[in-house]
Design a protein around this ligand. Sequence first.
Ligand SMILES: [Zn+2]
Length: 583
Amino acid sequence: MKVSTAEAAAVSPKISYKVTFPEVQAHYIDVEMTVSGLKQASLELKMPVWTPGSYLVREFAKNIESLTATANGKAIAAPKVSKNTWHIATTGVSTVVVKYKVYAFEVSVRTSFVDVSHGFLSTSGVFLYPKGMLDQPSTVKIIPYKDWTTVSTSLEMVSGDQFTRTSPNYDILFDSPIEVGTQDVFGFDAAGVKYEVAMYGGGNYDKERLKKDMTKIIEAETAVFGENPNKHYTFIVHNRQRGGGGLEHLSSTVLGAGREQYGSESGYMGFLGLVAHEHFHLWNVKRLRPIVLGPFDYENENYTTNLWIAEGFTAYYQNLARLHADVYSADAYLEDAIGDINTVENQPGSRIQPLAEASFDAWIKAYRPNENSYNTGISYYDKGAVVGMLLDLEIMNNTGGKQSLDDVMKYMYQTYYKGKKRGYTDAEFKAGFEKFAGKKLDDFYAKYINGLAAIDYNKYLGYAGYQIVDKLADTNNPTLGVSVNQNGKKIVTMVLRDGPGWKDGINVGDEIVSIDGTPVTDLAAMLNAHKVGDKVTVAVIRDGKPYSLPVTLQRNSRVQYKAEQLPNATEKQLAVRKKWLKL
Ligand SMILES: [Zn+2]
């Protein structure tokens, strides 16, 4: 039997939420969920365990309390049947009203927070969903606290009422954070899209400068993909004494900033970098995405080996887009790009964990770092950005500066998001690179994506007539190979793999009290009085007991590369350089 769309809608349950803030001072969001038009014998209500874009099981159900259910004005049982599931018997019941409180006091771009100054609803941690109904629409009615005047979210208004929003399905609801309060809102048009910036917390930002520079970045990023798929887009910015980080969504993003950071050039440029990063995600990962990242499994880890594309390339483009938007110079760009190489090369974990594996293990490693993470892993942001640069240079070289990584991104977006309407597999993205690189990339993948080969940077930078040189190559400074607290007692926070501390047994948590009997004040100065190869006695306190450790000092092997132009660049090198750096 074929049921018409109208009939299907008529028999589907209706879902609505009312959000109130009666105990905002104690950081609670009160939610009343109504499901009507029920025909089934039971309803299972679930809370996602993670929020897309942030690859960690956060167990949002831990913040829910006092859940009750009623039908026809009478209480009905709503027992928990798993960590994030409530079971409600609904035989003979057509409408259920469920009330619960959500504790919201974790400051981050991916967790909910309320106090008297504002409410931030990270929706995947606020709204329960009925099992099996992720494709259902719902409405959200917000009753603001006291003098709160404004709602900022990409969810569509109902009847022009900013406090009533609707979403066509739960993927959209969970991908649309909601800011409510007295935020400073301003707007502008860019790339044919209406942009809104909602500034919470005040700050020394210059709206006119932001509008101008954000427009340029948005237009440079739109040019990569050839279209901007949104009608409107919302930047929610949380300005605090200190702040950072961002989380991407389909038609919005949440950014953290320091409220005074806009006053310095480096702070302002850092904010524009965050804008460029999160906004680039509206294509890369939100639409052009690894195949497992949508539709999402909200109850389990969603494993992918492709976060080096989703995050690393976004990190690459956050710099490149600012350069191509002309808000940042080629010199500043090169310094940041080579900075990523330094980060990768100085991290011992880059020689332990392949890039694809760093992505796969994000859930248990990148998002759960410990004192040994630096030695054992590599960031798919940093190495992904480096690999993005290598592939960009490979393609520009292959095409004599006519095409670039932009063409791969656009092709993949057109082919998979728009054409096949699904995510890409690892093999499909590799084929996309090969199409524009003009050669097979099995060797490249074996070495740099799935393997641990040392990267031949100068081969790739040479395509644009550059090389890198290590500014520290001629130094011979002795090191213990440990990091210590900067203030107060010299407590070891990290022991560098294969350094003197690692080999001779200094532990994280040790307090270094003396070297050769001299109490430690300025550790770096004391070490510089020695030579590489010197044997010293390091006295430490470990778990309240003294230990005396003989340690052989080694050369500090940190690198600090900088880019230099090659003399006598060829026409082809200059063409690649022009395409890459617009020089
Ligand atoms: Zn990102």
